[in-house]
Design a protein around this ligand. Sequence first.
Ligand SMILES: [Zn+2]
Length: 77
Amino acid sequence: MIIKNVVRKVRCDMPNCKNIADFKVEKSGFFRSVGLNLCNCCINELYSEIGKIVVPKSPENIFNKKIKVTKEVKGEK
Ligand SMILES: [Zn+2]
C-alpha cells in the first residue's frame, strides 16, 4: 500500500468532511483510480487512531513466530 500526494482537486472521502484531499491511499494491483482520498486533517486523525490499535511487532514476538513456524515445518504441535 502506498500514499501519494493528490494532484487533481478532489474532495476528501471521509463523510462529513468538506476539505480538498491532499493524500491518496492506494493499494497496488487495483485500478489506478481506486483508493482513498484524504485531506491533511483526516489523515492525521487516522494516523493517531491507527496508533491505538496497531502495535509494532516487538523482537520477542518475531522470535516466537519463528519457533512456531519451525515446529509446523517439522510437523510438531
Ligand atoms: Zn478530510
